[in-house]
Every structure is written in structure tokens, then in C-alpha cells.
Write a protein that binds this ligand. Structure first.
Ligand code: HAM
Length: 428
């Protein structure tokens, strides 16, 4: 019996990055490596899955991420989760490898990462179930300067990527001293109103009232506009910290708006929180977000070491980077072997040119001149080199510039220099 043909598709919320798109991603990755290195950040790569408890303890059991969005499964008697974010894994690695031993006052550990994250959310423009983040974490700096300098690095990255449609939103969520006071004030404010709010908010009001600000229901959001702001309950050290961050950003001439409703959807934050939004992105307009998480290292079994960091959605960055970063040519030269001898010689020539670093395209079978030239555009070739009996006996080859149509003759030793582009560092 014939088996039914099944057409497989990438799962909802995941997508393939086709060769045409990868150029922009590589530009993003390489620009990030370059900008972050200027600020003393070192790359750390952690596994894509971790013990489930790592995330429930850090991101918070009452958050949408942990309650509804994690890809969690059991293998044997272990519960593992595909990472929904990477701050907890970075802190886990920091503690596991005792990286705090190398930090000194004023010289924190600065780490960064990029890679896939997984959240089971409803897919839409700029929101996927497998998405990618670039993130950075500063471990061991309590100074407000760490917050401001990291935000300044974000600004430099966006500058380098040509993203100027951006708005920095800033807030403080207080600390273990003043947040309970705020929680109390908010609980009292919510008490007479919560019955009219959505089921999630009713639960949040009981379990973790600050999470009501994560609500996406329009009527609830409008209601919450009149809720008391954290700034009214701040303790003196938190006020001083927030003032210092703002003063430094002013000194760096980085514009921001203070948004008292900004609490972010993860529980580990203390004091500064921030987001950068881009108007061109539509509903999912947060390009990146982050903040300070001073209690997290201790919560995950390490010493009392403060932290500050952020993560940016790479899909969203690529969307607003525009199309200027297209990948362009992928081959320097297409070697056109003509006839049996020409075809065999073209394979040998391709090998020697590739050893010299030239990007070479060749046909794997003997084909006509016309058929081969037709492929030149598809393989992104800038030149075509003709290799037939006559050329081989004379030791000189026709080299055609496929952009200008101009043709010259070169001998074997001259091919490399003639086809090498003035390539930039990224090979584009
Ligand atoms: P987050 O706000 O949950 O923070 O995510 C950061 C960024 O990742 C968002 O601003 C957005 O650009 C992108 N993102 C999140 N979910 C999706 C999705 N489903 N599809 C596409 N992009 C998405 C964190 O993850 C924290 N770990 C940031 C941080 C680092 N805080 C301190 N250090």
C-alpha cells in the first residue's frame, strides 16, 4: 500500500532563516561582538535546557512565563525546561564555576550571550515560540554607574545597527525594604476594584499584586493607570540609586522617559528596570528589556552579589534594522569548465583558488556555457572564468566581470588578485 504523502512544516511560532535573511543576522551578531568587546564583556554559552526549578525560583512561580509559557518535560525522573530566558542560566553558571572569585571592587564580571529561547506564547509579528536573544549581564557591581553604563552600551549597539526609532523607558521597582510597603499600598488600592478585573488579575492580587501590571486586558490596563506608583513608596537608598542612574544618563545625553507602570514580567528585579521600544514594531514593540537583580545570585545558591543586565529580541532588532544588511554576493567567481578537459581542469582550479581563500562556484557536472552562466546570478558570482581547451593550451583564461560585462585575460597566477573583492571584515 502506498503511504500517504505528508507535508511537514516548521511548527507554529518557529521559522527557518533562509539564506537571504542570514546576512542581516550575521551583521547583527558581528556588530554585537564588536560593540560589547569595547565595554569589556566576555561571551558565555550555556545549554539550551536547564532544571525546571532554576526558572521557577528566579523568574518567579507567579509570572506568565513560568505559569503558562515554558516548554517543560520529564526525562526519567528529571524535570527539564527549554530556557525561556538566559539570566538565570548565566547566574547558575556564574555560581557553579565560582566566577565571583575573579571580581574585585569596581571590576565586575561582564558576560554576554546570544542564542535561542523558548516561550509558548501566541505567535504574531515579532513574537515567536522559538526566538533569539542577545543579552548581557554585569555581576558584582552595585553602583548606579553599572546600570547607566550598560544602558549606554545598549545605545551604542542600536547606533551601530542604525536603529534610531527607539524610546528608552525607565523605572524603579524598589528593593526588599520598600517594595513590601508598595505591595501593601497597591493591595489596598486593588481591594475595592479587583472584583471587576480579569481572572488572572484576581489571582495576581492575592499572590503577587505587582504582577497586575503584566495584564494585557485593555479595560484592566486603563483602570491601572490610576494605581499608586512605586516612586511614592521608595526608601531613601532606592531613591538615591534611581536619581544617580538618571543623572548619569543625562550626563551621557541618553534620552529616556520615566514610566511608573513599568514593572517587567519577571520577579527577580530590584531597583532599576528599563525597556527600549520601537514604534515601527506594532503591538510587540519592546526591542529589549532588563534591570537590576541584586538578590538573584544569592537566591540561586551563590554569595550576595548584585547584578544588572538586559536582553534584546534578535528577530525584533532585525525587523527594524531594515533591509540594508542583505547578504549580497556569496561567490567571487564562477569557474565555467568547457568540454571534458575544461570541466576536469575547472575542478582542480577551484580547489587551488579555495585554498587561497577565494569563494568559488563550479558546476558539479559538465554543462553548456549558457547553462552555467544562467546559474551565475543564483550563486551570487561577481566574475566568470572560462576554462576550455584553447585557454588551457595558452595558459590564459577569459575573466568576465558580470556586473560591468567587461572581459580581460589572466594567467593562473593572476586569478586570485583579479577576483578578490575589497571585502569588509564581515565578508560581505
Ligand atoms: P524579557 O523582557 O522577557 O527579558 O525579554 C527580553 C526581550 O526578548 C524582549 O524585549 C523581546 O525583544 C524579546 N522577546 C521576549 N519574548 C519574545 C518572543 N516570544 N518572541 C520574540 N521576542 C521575544 C528577559 O528575558 C530578561 N532575561 C532580560 C534581562 C537580562 N534582565 C536582566 N538581565
Amino acid at each position: 500500500m502506498r503511504r500517504m504523502a505528508i507535508r511537514y512544516q516548521a511548527l507554529r511560532g518557529t521559522r527557518d532563516l533562509l539564506p537571504e535573511e542570514v546576512g542581516a543576522w550575521r551583521l547583527l551578531e558581528e556588530t554585537t561582538h564588536e560593540v560589547f568587546a569595547r565595554y569589556g564583556f566576555r561571551e558565555l554559552r550555556t545549554p539550551v535546557f536547564e532544571a525546571t526549578e532554576l526558572f521557577s525560583r528566579s523568574v518567579g512561580a507567579g509570572t506568565d512565563i513560568v505559569r503558562k509559557e515554558m516548554y517543560t518535560f520529564n526525562v526519567g525522573d528529571e524535570s527539564v525546561t527549554l530556557r525561556p530566558e538566559n539570566t538565570a542560566p548565566v547566574v547558575r553558571a556564574f555560581v557553579e564555576h565560582a566566577l565571583h572569585r575573579t571580581i574585585a571592587a569596581g571590576f565586575p564580571e561582564r558576560l554576554y550571550y546570544m542564542g535561542p529561547m523558548f516561550r509558548h506564547e501566541r505567535p504574531q509579528k515579532g513574537r515567536q515560540r522559538q526566538f533569539h536573544q542577545i543579552g548581557a549581564e554585569v555581576l558584582g557591581a552595585a553602583e548606579p554607574l553599572a546600570d547607566a553604563e550598560t544602558i549606554e552600551m545598549v545605545w551604542s549597539l542600536l547606533d551601530a545597527l542604525g536603529i534610531d526609532d527607539r524610546e528608552l523607558r525607565l523605572n524603579t521597582v524598589g528593593d526588599a525594604v520598600c517594595r513590601p510597603r508598595y505591595r501593601e499600598a497597591l493591595t489596598q488600592w486593588l481591594a475595592p476594584r479587583v472584583a471587576a478585573m480579569c481572572d488572572d488579575c484576581q489571582r495576581r492580587a492575592k499572590e503577587n499584586p505587582l504582577r497586575v501590571f503584566d495584564c494585557k486586558v485593555e479595560a484592566d490596563r486603563r483602570l491601572l493607570e490610576d494605581a499608586p506608583a512605586m516612586t511614592g513608596s521608595l526608601c531613601a537608598p532606592c531613591t538615591a540609586h534611581f536619581d544617580a542612574v538618571r543623572e548619569t544618563l543625562d550626563r551621557f545625553t541618553i534620552p529616556y522617559v520615566v514610566d511608573p507602570r513599568l514593572v517587567r514580567g519577571l520577579d527577580y528585579y530590584q531597583r532599576t528596570v528599563f525597556e527600549v521600544v520601537a514604534t515601527g514594531l506594532g503591538a510587540q514593540n519592546a526591542l529589549l528589556g532588563g534591570g537590576r537583580y541584586d538578590g538573584l545570585v544569592e537566591e540561586l545558591g551563590g554569595p550576595a552579589i548584585p547584578g544588572f543586565g538586559f536582553a534584546a529580541g534578535m528577530e525584533r532588532l532585525v525587523l527594524v534594522m531594515g533591509t540594508g544588511a542583505a547578504s549580497g554576493a556569496v561567490s567571487d567567481v564562477l569557474i565555467v569548465g568547457l568540454g571534458e578537459t575544461g570541466f576536469r581542469a575547472s575542478i582542480g582550479l577551484a580547489r587551488s583558488l579555495r585554498k587561497l581563500g577565494v569563494r568559488v562556484a563550479t558546476s558539479l557536472t559538465e554543462r553548456t556555457l549558457g547553462a552555467q552562466l544562467k546559474r551565475a546570478e543564483r550563486v551570487g558570482a561577481r566574475f566568470a572564468l572560462f576554462v576550455g581547451d584553447t585557454e588551457l593550451s595558452r595558459g590564459r583564461f577569459g575573466l568576465k566581470n558580470l556586473t560591468t560585462g567587461e572581459q580581460i585575460e589572466v594567467d593562473e597566477a593572476g586569478i586570485e588578485a583579479a577576483v578578490r573583492p575589497e571585502r569588509n571584515r564581515h565578508g560581505r
